[in-house]
Design a protein around this ligand. Structure first.
Ligand code: AHR
Length: 506
């Protein structure tokens, strides 16, 4: 049995959780839009062609924000093709598909309202620039009385969409990106676009592209150069990261949450370095607007080119993937002071927690569950958790603690939720936590355990499929191993390779 411990004290807080930490991403890629969120003629489709079975799962998952329309797709995107009565089909080079543009900005805005999420748009800074970004903004957000805002009304939407969050391009540091450019050029373009967009709508929150992943050769230098040019004009810098198990090495893969924390801390350091250099008071926050597990394949192996809505990036996730995703959610929460927006990429069918079949059912992947639980219970103030834990030596990231954990306190109800991953494959872990400081005058005897739910499985490769959609799901832990509080001490036994949600309340 492994043994680990920590202390919880409301006096030591990381910061408040921004609800936008539980965002997702809908890109025109594969079947995310077509036969994912949108499938006219499906038995569950509403009058707009939105799949109601998918909408129900999006609400159940607790998604707060959805980034749209890309991704690599946005860098060749002409938003005008996707509005109004005449839609133009185009070659879509980023994913080598045919884009029919049947679903565009108006449909996305209507879908966002139906799903109860806040939209986050990206503008094309690959093949386009300042003018087209301003045109799109005028169409989306200006109330009326101009060509583009009146055009939106003509297209059926008299009310502006009021989109507050905008990404200034996508992964512009990547050589694969249409219109990829050096940091100095992108920094100037991002600053100029941001300034012009704010002239139209001063209330925007703007995200500059950071690095496409931590190991990009330009990582660090890219952020420094871009922020030096655009510091006063943007609010956030983006981070993207995808992890996967390689070489049958689950220990390295399960350390992904810690690798993600290193990435966040490096970006925070770079933002604050530029702040010091420029002598500014404002701090740049982080938008981790693409993160997930992704088993990448070369495009040639994914699909034949120039099809409409081909099956691309349709990964099926295992229990191990779900526990790794849990670790990534813990990493984001542990940095809630600086990470204000995060989007799991993507929402439906494409490296997604929700899968669908055309004309058929929708179901939850294993990775759906940790997200849904974190989005539901991870609201309030993140408490500082410093685990004392045994470690494992990993090939990819060196020495890594076997316990990865955080805790979130809802100040109003006093409820505290502990999210904990036992990364050990070879045995359970006894977790003890000193929770005496959580006693309050109206609960002098301390908090009790409301529930202890676990995502674990005897087969670490177990997956949810169309035929068996609930094989991997959280279950209440009962018996001697279940969490209990005694004398101000929380004790629980976390199964090997498990994601745990322990709720403490009065
Ligand atoms: O989410 C899939 C792709 O990953 C996105 O289009 C791109 O931004 C990233 O490289």
């Amino acid at each position: 049995m492994h043994r680990a411990s920590f202390t919880l004290d409301p006096a030591f807080s990381v910061g408040a959780v921004d609800p936008r930490l539980f965002g997702s991403f809908v890109e025109h890629l594969g079947r995310c839009v077509y036969t994912g969120v949108h499938e006219p003629g499906h038995p569950a489709a509403d009058d707009n062609g939105f799949r109601r079975d998918v909408l129900d799962l999006v609400r159940e998952m607790g998604v707060t924000v959805v980034r749209y329309p890309g991704g690599n797709f946005v860098s060749g995107h002409r938003w005008e093709d996707g509005v109004g009565p005449v839609r133009r089909a185009r070659l879509e080079p980023a994913w080598r598909s045919v884009e029919t543009n049947e679903f565009g900005l108006g449909e996305f805005a209507a879908w966002a309202r139906a799903a109860g999420i806040e939209p986050m748009m990206a503008v094309n800074l690959g093949t386009r620039g300042v003018q087209e970004a301003c045109d799109l903004l005028e169409y989306a957000n200006h109330p009326g009385g101009t060509h583009l805002s009146d055009l939106r009304a003509e297209h059926g939407d008299a009310e502006p969409y009021g989109i507050r969050m905008w990404c200034l391009g996508n992964e512009m540091d990547g050589s694969w990106q249409i219109g990829h450019r050096p940091a100095a050029d992108y920094g100037k373009l991002a600053a100029a676009t941001a300034r012009a967009m704010r002239m139209i709508d001063p209330g925007l929150e703007l995200v500059a592209c950071g690095s496409s992943h931590h190991s990009m050769p330009t990582f660090g230098a890219w952020e420094e150069e871009v922020l030096t040019a655009a510091y006063d004009d943007v609010d956030h810098v983006s981070l993207h990261a995808y992890y996967r198990e390689e070489n049958d090495d689950p220990a390295s893969f399960l350390a992904s949450g810690s690798a993600m924390e290193d990435f966040i801390e490096d970006v925070v350091a770079t933002c604050d370095h530029v702040r010091a250099k420029l002598k500014r008071r404002k701090r740049i926050n982080l938008s981790f607007d693409e993160w997930n597990v992704w088993y990448m394949k070369p495009m040639e192996e994914e699909a034949q080119p120039w099809e409409r809505a081909p099956r691309l990036l349709e990964n099926t996730y295992s229990l191990t993937d779900a526990v790794a995703v849990g670790g990534m959610l813990i990493a984001l929460l542990r940095h809630a002071d600086r990470v204000k927006i995060a989007c799991q990429a993507q929402l439906v069918n494409v490296i997604a927690p929700i899968m669908t079949e055309p004309g058929g059912p929708a179901w939850r992947q294993a990775t759906f569950h940790p997200f849904a639980q974190a989005a539901r219970y991870g609201r309030g103030e993140v408490l500082r958790v410093e685990p004392v834990s045994p470690t494992v030596e990993t090939a990819a990231y060196g020495e890594t603690p076997l316990l990865h954990a955080t805790a979130v306190r809802d100040a109003e109800s006093g409820t505290v939720t502990v999210f904990a991953v036992n990364r050990a494959l070879d045995g359970p872990m006894e977790l003890t936590a000193d929770v005496r400081a959580l006693n309050t005058p109206d609960a002098p005897d301390g908090l009790r355990v409301l529930s202890h739910e676990v995502l674990a499985d005897d087969d670490r490769h177990a997956k949810n499929t169309r035929e068996n959609p609930d094989r991997v799901r959280p279950r209440p832990l009962e018996g001697a191993d279940a969490a209990a509080v005694d004398g101000g001490r929380l004790r629980a036994v976390l199964p090997p390779l498990s994601w745990n949600v322990i709720r403490l309340g009065r």
